[in-house]
Structures are given as structure tokens and as C-alpha cells.
Design a protein around this ligand. Structure first.
Ligand SMILES: *[C@@H]1O[C@H](CO)[C@@H](O)[C@H](O)[C@H]1NC(C)=O
Ligand SMILES: *[C@@H]1O[C@H](CO)[C@@H](O)[C@H](O)[C@H]1NC(C)=O
Ligand SMILES: *[C@@H]1O[C@H](CO)[C@@H](O)[C@H](O)[C@H]1NC(C)=O
Ligand SMILES: *[C@@H]1O[C@H](CO)[C@@H](O)[C@H](O)[C@H]1NC(C)=O
Ligand SMILES: *[C@@H]1O[C@H](CO)[C@@H](O)[C@H](O)[C@H]1NC(C)=O
Ligand SMILES: *[C@@H]1O[C@H](CO)[C@@H](O)[C@H](O)[C@H]1NC(C)=O
Ligand SMILES: *[C@@H]1O[C@H](CO)[C@@H](O)[C@H](O)[C@H]1NC(C)=O
Length: 477
């Protein structure tokens, strides 16, 4: 029953035979139409459905294209034909007269993976003539059939979403680059390929001709983390040619897909402010030195790195190429104390090769950043006078003066470090004698007795890059 099979003694109709059979069918219909109940000639195909699969998404209809295997025997059990002997199954349109009528009728309503026995009376088979050397005249034929595939020229790609994550940051569009896992099977469940055997995701462009047409369509609209079943008719897959030894000609394909990652080569860094402290006046610019915490994860939620695991902020200059370009861009414009999400496409991160064993090639990176503080090496001490006793302020502190003062010292995020009040007595120092940090020395100058000031001292005018570990009285100075 192959369209281009070996010498066709098989059950495809020959034109001459067809004509003969037509006459025959009519003759039989008139003459022997009323079949006798007990052992008399059959009027129609007898169908015995001895295995019906639990799920049957589709039943064979007239005009459908089917692929099936069969064994053909006579009543006595003797085999006269079998698709198995030719190691290829039958792939043909059903119900349009390309098969013997008994087969055309017998396949109707069948499900994929169903097994049937068909008993075909001679007038729906090869009639009173038979096939020379193969099928004697007036033979009743017995067929055991298993259906493996059914599709139709009107079919489209069928997409069903099996699981969709509650949060969908973006959906696949044409020209996007995607990374996904898949299991590919034929319609009867035979596995032909899987991404899992290759130790990584399948990575490709969508809608750019790299994939079979059906896959290009079936991936559209998918979110990272979504699972889909995509059923593709052969004309949107590998068609008549099939693929290697694994995908037969005219086979429908079923893909179970899990989308891991999606981005577009045109993407830029995406920012989302998660928390913005009130009263932010200064925003980070290129050249600033920043201390921040971060959690870095992939689009599917896998955490690949976190500053918290090191119990230490990540400290770096921003916008100077010390960090990946996406981060250099994404940190700028942030405020101290701000929490922002920075989504970085691979071309602004680790590119198509990825890095280490945690960041795969072409991976989008999502950083949740908490900006602790930043300053600029050019920053001077920031001096803000809180109160000043005007009437008594006839003299201000200058270089060489000996001063007594109280202070509270904290980090920019409010963490209290040390205070002169803890020691009972005020601090004392000679200005300009390098007894206190440079910033404090500068900030004390010009003060009058009774004045209160707030000094913001950048690290290069304080304890520098190394900071101080152990505090004791005086070390703050
Ligand atoms: C056809 O016969 C072979 C060999 O006995 C058997 O393995 C196969 O399952 C049969 N096919 C059908 C559709 O019954
Ligand atoms: C593919 O099959 C494996 C094994 O059954 C399963 O663990 C995995 O989740 C499947 N993947 C998809 C995308 O369905
Ligand atoms: C970070 O601090 C926690 C809690 O104090 C500790 O258990 C952990 O070992 C520290 N990790 C590192 C890398 O120092
Ligand atoms: C990625 O790896 C390939 C093969 O190792 C190498 O030829 C290529 O230059 C790398 N690309 C980048 C951007 O590093
Ligand atoms: C990083 O993750 C930890 C643990 O989930 C969380 O406590 C912390 O707030 C996160 N940091 C940022 C900047 O999102
Ligand atoms: C500054 O003013 C106070 C009070 O008005 C006064 O007692 C003191 O002598 C003045 N000092 C100088 C140096 O003028
Ligand atoms: C330091 O803090 C304490 C407690 O809040 C406060 O009483 C004191 O006035 C502060 N000192 C200065 C110099 O601001």
C-alpha cells in the first residue's frame, strides 16, 4: 500500500481493477445484498476494535492522510501481505478510493495507536477476480491494523499550554533568540529526539528559517518557564523527505517544550525600580565608586551568584568597564538605598559563550541590586550647618587651633559606627596636625563654638578602600 512501494501486488487499486470492482460492487449489491445471518456473505466491513487508547484527540475522517501498519491474512490465518515485511508503513490518503473500499471504510473513525481487525468481504476487496498469484477470487480478507499517524492538509500547528508561570516578563516574538528544552516524539509516542541528551538547551532564532515552520509558529507567545505541547503536521515539519532514520516521510511531530530564556539581539538593558527611598537627591553617574549587594539569576529563576553569599558588598567603579556593560549601564542613575532590577541581554553580559559553569551561552541575566552607597573620587567633604549661634560667633576654628568637639558617626545607610558620647568626654584635636581623618579636619575648620554641622566624608578623605576593622577610642579620628 505504499505510494512508491516495491512491485505493487499490494492493495492499492489499479485503474482497471477499479473499474471492474465498481461493476462488481454493483452486481454484488443487487444480487447478494441481503446477507444471510449465519455464515453468509458479508455486506459491509466488519470492524473489531480490540485496542482503543484512553485518549483519542482525533479520529480518522475521509480525506485524512494516515500512516499505519497492517498484517493481511485469509480466513485460515495464512498471511498474504504485511507492511512489516517491507519495513515501511503505509502512508496514504484514506476514503478517496486509493485503497480497496474495505480498507477505506475500515479505517474510518480510528484513533492513533488503536488496533483493529477488519474483515473485508470480497466485493469490498478484490472481488471475484482476485490478484493473480496472491489473492484468489472471492476471498474474504482479514486485516490487523495499527494506526500511527493522522493529519490533514487543512491542519494547522496545535499548541496547548501545559504550564504557564504566573509572572511573564516577556513573550517570544519573531526574530527573538530562544533557549529551550524539548522532547520530540511522533504522534504514536515514538521518541525521535530530545535536547536533554545534548547537555544543554537548544538555542536558536525564532521566525528566521532556522527551525521547521511549525516550530517557528508554535514557540510564538511563549513565556520563560512555560511548558507547551506543540503538534505539527508534516507539511510544516519534514514533509515527504522525513529526516534521517528517525523521522519517517509524512510524519506529524509532537514537541514538549520548556522555554528557558528569550531575548532579542536588539534588546537594551531593562530597569525596574523595586524600592526607591524618599528624598533621593543624588543619582550615580559614570566614575562613581559604588558599594552594592546583588542576587544574580537566570530567566528561569536559577540563582548563579549573590554578594550575600560572601557577606560583603560588591564594590566597584561604575561606567568604567570594570563590570559587564549591562551592569555598568544599569547601575547608573540609581539612588543610595534603592533596590532595582537590572535585566541584561547576553550581548551586554557574557555573550554567546557564557562563562564558568553557572552562566550558559546566550543567557539573559537578571540582577536584583540593593545600592548601599556611592561616592566620587572627586567628591569634597559635604558640609551642612545645622545650627549656629550667630550672636556669639565672632571666632571660627582654623588650622593649628586646638578644638574640643562631640560627634556621632554613621555609614550612609544609617548604620551607627561610633560616637564621642560613648566615652563621656569630648574629643580633642589640633587641626591640620593629621590627628583626625582628612575629611573631619576639613569639616571642623570654620566652625564656631556651639555650632552643629553634618559632614559627609567620602572614603578617600576617610578610611579609604581598606576601611577600619577594630574600633577603639580615637581610631575614628
Ligand atoms: C503483524 O504481525 C507481526 C508479527 O506477528 C506483529 O508483531 C504485529 O504486531 C502485527 N501487526 C498488527 C497491526 O497486528
Ligand atoms: C522530557 O522528558 C523528560 C523525561 O521524561 C522529562 O523529565 C522532561 O521534563 C521532559 N521535558 C519537557 C520539556 O517536557
Ligand atoms: C556569612 O555569614 C554567615 C552568618 O554569620 C556565616 O554562616 C557564613 O559562613 C558567612 N559566609 C562567608 C562566605 O563568610
Ligand atoms: C566563543 O567560543 C568560540 C569557540 O571556543 C571562540 O571561537 C569564540 O571566539 C568565542 N567568542 C567569544 C565572543 O568569546
Ligand atoms: C537577595 O536574596 C535574598 C534571599 O532571598 C534576599 O534576602 C535579599 O533581599 C535579596 N537581595 C536583593 C538585592 O534583592
Ligand atoms: C567674642 O564674643 C564674646 C561674647 O560676645 C566675647 O565675650 C569675646 O570676648 C569675643 N571674643 C573676641 C576675640 O572678640
Ligand atoms: C549624637 O546622638 C545623640 C543621641 O541621638 C544626641 O543626643 C547627640 O546630640 C548627638 N550628637 C551630635 C554631635 O549630633
Amino acid at each position: 500500500m505504499l505510494r512508491a512501494g516495491p512491485p505493487s501486488h499490494t492493495l492499492l487499486r489499479l485503474p482497471l481493477l477499479q473499474l471492474l470492482l465498481l461493476l462488481l460492487v454493483q452486481a454484488v449489491g443487487r444480487g447478494l445484498g441481503r446477507a444471510s445471518p449465519a455464515g453468509g456473505p458479508l455486506e459491509d466491513v466488519v470492524i473489531e476494535r480490540y485496542h482503543i487508547p484512553r485518549v483519542c484527540p482525533r479520529e480518522v475522517q475521509m480525506g485524512d492522510f494516515v500512516r499505519y501498519h497492517y498484517n493481511g491474512t485469509f480466513e485460515d490465518g495464512k498471511k498474504f501481505d504485511s507492511s512489516y515485511d517491507r519495513h515501511t508503513l503505509v502512508a496514504i490518503v484514506v476514503g478517496v478510493g486509493r485503497l480497496i473500499t474495505g480498507m477505506d471504510r475500515g479505517l474510518m473513525g480510528m484513533c492513533v495507536n488503536e488496533r483493529r481487525r477488519l474483515i473485508v468481504p470480497p466485493h469490498l476487496g478484490y472481488g471475484s477476480i482476485g490478484v493473480a498469484g496472491l489473492i484468489p477470487p472471492d476471498a474474504t480478507l482479514y486485516f490487523d491494523v495499527v494506526l500511527l499517524d493522522v493529519w490533514n492538509k487543512e491542519d494547522t500547528v496545535q499548541v496547548s499550554t501545559l504550564l504557564r508561570p504566573p509572572h511573564c516578563p516577556r513573550m517570544v516574538q519573531d526574530s527573538d533568540f530562544v533557549r529551550y528544552h524539548y522532547n520530540g516524539t511522533l504522534l504514536d509516542g515514538t521518541a525521535f529526539d530530545t535536547s536533554y541528551s545534548k547537555g544543554g538547551t537548544y538555542d536558536t532564532y525564532v521566525g528566521s528559517g532556522w527551525l521547521i515552520k511549525g516550530m517557528d509558529q508554535g514557540l510564538l507567545g511563549m513565556c520563560p518557564g512555560e511548558r507547551r505541547k506543540i503538534v505539527i503536521p508534516p507539511f510544516l515539519a519534514y514533509g515527504e523527505k522525513g529526516y534521517g532514520t528517525v523521522i519517517p516521510s509524512q510524519a506529524s511531530l509532537v514537541f514538549h517544550v520548556l522555554l528557558i530564556d528569550v531575548h532579542n539581539p536588539k534588546d537594551t538593558v531593562q530597569l525596574e525600580t523595586l524600592e526607591l527611598p524618599p528624598g533621593c537627591v543624588r543619582r550615580a553617574v559614570a566614575g562613581d565608586f559604588m558599594r552594592y549587594h546583588y542576587n544574580g539569576s537566570l530567566m528561569d529563576g536559577t540563582l548563579f551568584d549573590s554578594s550575600y553569599s560572601r557577606n560583603h558588598t560588591y564594590n566597584t567603579y561604575v561606567g568604567q568597564g570594570y563590570i559587564i556593560p549591562g551592569m555598568d549601564q544599569g547601575l547608573q542613575g540609581s539612588c543610595m538605598g534603592e533596590r532595582r532590577r537590572i535585566i541584561i541581554p547576553p550581548h551586554l553580559a557574557y555573550g554567546e559563550n557564557g562563562t564558568g559553569d553557572k552562566i550558559p551561552g546566550s543567557a539573559v541575566l537578571i540582577f536584583d541590586v540593593h545600592v548601599i552607597d556611592f561616592h566620587n573620587p572627586a567628591d569634597p567633604v559635604e558640609i551642612k550647618t545645622l545650627s549656629r549661634p550667630l550672636e556669639t560667633c565672632n571666632e571660627t576654628a582654623k588650622l593649628g587651633d586646638f578644638v574640643h568637639y562631640h560627634y556621632n558617626c554613621s555609614l550612609l545607610d544609617g548604620t551607627r559606627l561610633f560616637s564621642s558620647h560613648d566615652y563621656g568626654a569630648p574629643q580633642e584635636a589640633t587641626l591640620g596636625a593629621h590627628k583626625v581623618i582628612e575629611g573631619l579636619d576639613t569639616g571642623l575648620q570654620g566652625m564656631c563654638v556651639g555650632e552643629r554641622r553634618q559632614l559627609v566624608v567620602p572614603p578617600h578623605l576617610a578610611h579609604g578602600e581598606s576601611g577600619v576593622l577594630h574600633l577603639h577610642q580615637g581610631s575614628s579620628q
